[in-house]
Design a protein around this ligand. Structure first.
Ligand code: PMP
Length: 413
């Protein structure tokens, strides 16, 4: 019987050709890449932007009077401007370039929380979080005597909002939660949560690692205080990322690392720190990667974030439908608002075995705890298999996964 086909955004199908890595055979089969939540493939435009810089413009930024240094600076700072517009930050001073979400969150933990938190204060997170949004807070709690408290999730993988709100009391100084869960795909109702936190006088950080690649993000409309994201999940190079922060907060925060570029003047008696955002950018940055990230922003905007969201939503529905037809599948994460990530178990097959069998058929999925061990513990599992979709995936990719899962089921029958 023919399954109904989802309505996908027509122009998106052609985007697949923009990604050279997708055009290869793996283990004798054409590659099906379903691991974009871990790291997305890069379009040729990004690869070429990095190569052009490496070929023609490579020099250090901000330091030289020579032409190559000017060119490199222009490209690097141009990427910051693109990122500012991409998330609608009020000013370029608010775009701190980091090595990724992990560094962005650590920066806030060490520069915002460490100097201000005291014993008796609390940091509030949720059970949905990636280790990057847990461990930096544990470290700073250890350093300051503050306490880390955690809001629960329900069986669908949604935050229990009433319980989250009940935890928003006087001692809570910071709430940090994900935009989208990498393990379960849950899209959190940020506007409502942020409103409640603001009313309680709580500063809010959003871990946007899985948000920015899939939907329009407007930090001013969200009204959060910090928003962290990574380049490699949004079709840019690894080792790049952003901490967006409100200028007034960033102004008050001491530098996170010391070194070149983050100063205006240094003597042994006194050092004057540089202006924002450079105060937080010590040392030679990832120049080529950031230029590539700027090209990734151009690419995402040329496809259109609304088109990407629409395409991925339709494809995710198709995936869930098809998975439901496989005997022995148990979906992990069934939130009412879910983005392009689906975790699942197949009978009692160990996720790593499943991942290996489908890899033999050219299909890349992620297996394990997805750096979200508490989420796994919540569902009584040590890990899951996870398929995550990007703008370049299509129904054929999903059909290939389903066939491979059927094969795995038979092998383990
Ligand atoms: N938060 C979430 C929700 C993530 O998915 C990831 C990456 N898997 C991170 C944080 C960490 O990102 P990075 O490793 O790029 O710093």
């Amino acid at each position: 019987m023919n399954q109904p086909q989802p309505t996908l955004v027509a122009d998106i199908a052609a985007c697949r050709n923009d990604f050279p890595a997708l055009n290869q055979d793996v283990n004798g089969h054409s590659l099906v890449y379903l691991d974009s939540a871990a790291s997305a493939q890069q379009p040729l435009a990004v690869i070429e932007a990095v190569a052009r810089y490496q070929n023609d413009d490579h020099a250090n930024v901000h330091r030289g009077v020579h032409t190559l240094s000017h060119r490199a600076t222009e490209l690097y700072e141009g990427a910051r401007d693109k990122l500012r517009k991409f998330v609608n930050a009020a000013s370029r001073a608010e775009i701190v370039l980091t090595s990724g979400t992990t560094e962005s969150i650590n920066l806030v933990a060490q520069s915002y929380c460490r100097p201000t938190l005291r014993s008796g204060d609390q940091i509030l997170i949720t059970w949905l979080e990636h280790h990057s949004n847990i461990v930096p807070w544990q470290l700073v709690c250890e350093q300051t005597g503050a306490e880390l408290i955690v809001a629960p999730i329900n069986d669908r993988g949604e935050i229990e909002l009433d319980e989250l709100y009940a935890l928003m009391t006087g001692p809570v100084k910071l709430l940090s939660l994900s935009h989208v869960s990498n393990a379960l795909g849950t899209v959190n109702p940020l506007r409502e949560i942020i409103d409640r936190a603001k009313k309680a006088g709580i500063t809010v950080l959003i871990d946007g690692a899985q948000g920015v690649p899939h939907m329009t993000v407007d930090v001013q409309a969200l009204d959060c205080d910090f928003y962290a994201f990574s380049g490699h999940k949004m079709f840019g190079p690894t080792g790049t990322g952003v901490l967006w922060g409100r200028e007034a907060l960033l102004e008050e925060m001491p530098p996170y690392k010391g070194g070149g570029d983050m100063i205006l003047e240094v003597s042994f008696d006194n050092t004057v720190f540089n202006d924002l955002p450079y105060k937080f950018e010590a040392g030679t940055p990832n120049i080529s990667g950031t230029i590539g990230l700027g090209a990734a922003v151009d690419y995402l905007q040329s496809v259109g974030m609304d088109n990407i969201s629409e395409h991925e939503k339709a494809l995710h529905e198709y995936l869930v439908d098809k998975l439901a037809g496989v005997n022995g599948i148990r979906l992990i994460g069934t939130a009412r608002n879910q983005a392009s990530v689906q975790s699942f178990m197949l009978n009692d097959i160990h996720p790593h075995d499943l991942g290996t069998i489908v890899d033999h058929q050219g299909i890349a999925i992620r297996t394990g705890h997805h750096c979200a061990m508490p989420v796994m513990q919540r569902f009584g599992l040590s890990g899951t298999a996870r398929a995550s979709l990007g703008l370049y995936n299509n129904t054929d990719d999903v059909d290939r996964l389903i066939l491979a899962l059927e094969k795995a089921r038979q092998i383990f029958a």
